[in-house]
Structure formats: C-alpha cells, structure tokens
Design a binder for this molecule. Sequence first.
Ligand SMILES: [Mn+2]
Length: 194
Amino acid sequence: MGKKDRKARFERKTKETEVAVKLDLDSSGYEISTPVPFFNHMLETFAKHSGIGLKLKAKGDVEVDEHHLVEDVAISVGKALKEALGDKRGIERFGHAILPMDESVAICGVDVSGRGVFRFEGEVRGEIKGFKGENFIHFFDTFAREAGINVYLEIKGFNLHHKMEAGFKAFAVALKDAVKVSGEDLRSTKGSLD
Ligand SMILES: [Mn+2]
C-alpha cells in the first residue's frame, strides 16, 4: 500500500483566476463553485460518478472568456489528483467505460501511467451558456497532462449537452476503477508509474 492518506489540497492564484481545490480519493461528496453554471454541472457530474471527494472554489475573468477559468481549474484538480495518488502502489491503474446518454455515447479509457496524454475523437462544436466545446477538449487535455494520466475519449451523438455530459460521466467511471486500491502491487513491469 502506498500513500495512506490519499488526499490533497491545491491553491492557485494568478491575475486571471483564483482556484482552491480539496480532493479525497477515499471519500465521496462534492461542493463545486465556479462562475460558469454548465461547468459546475460537469464537475458535479464528474465528482458524483467518480466517487472522488471534491471541494472546488474558483473565480476568474470569465467576462473575457471562460478559457482561463476552465484551464486553471483543470490544472488545479489535475495537480491535486496527482498528489493524492502518491506512488500509486496498489491501484488498478486502468479503467474504461462505454457510457450512453440518450442519443449520445462516450467511450473512455484511462491509464494512470505517470505520462499525461489526452486523445479525443469526436466533435463538440458550439457552446452551452458560456461553456464552449473547444474548452471541454481543453479541460481534458490540461487535466490529463497535469495529473499524469492517459485519457482516450471518443464521443458520438447529436445533442451537445448530452455529448459533453456523457464524456464527463465516462471519464468519471473509468477513473473510478483506475484509482481504486485493489492490492499491494505496483502495476508496472518497469517498476514505476511516475
Ligand atoms: Mn445534464
């Protein structure tokens, strides 16, 4: 067993945004507050279905664009996840999900490899009340890089809300399995997941 206390806190303050995160891999429950309601909906969905405890408070210059806020939340939650995972001993490492939502479906695979790569297949053009599809992709790209995890995400469908929500749910379900502690072994022939 690696890190006993799989929790982390992270705070980040710049001239553009202010973000505070508390993350706990072994207890659920969430409190999410950002100035972008659809982003809150997605982060709550992520916390709910991953079973990861997440307290997040963020504010920023969304009057410019929601880009800075989305990016800085992804950096902060990604860094907190990386720290909470510790040396990753005993975790499942891999997780996957095929997640339907109405006419949409999302397919996600996660590898907590220590390398941060995001690959997206699909199309999420358009925006929902100040949350653009391009920032949905940017969120995952930034999160994967900062957390040091590989995320493959494929989305098909019609309704943008369903497509993005299915994407967050699929990621949550895949990550839930990947970070689960199931033994004592480090799942790597290399002997390291850093
Ligand atoms: Mn919804």
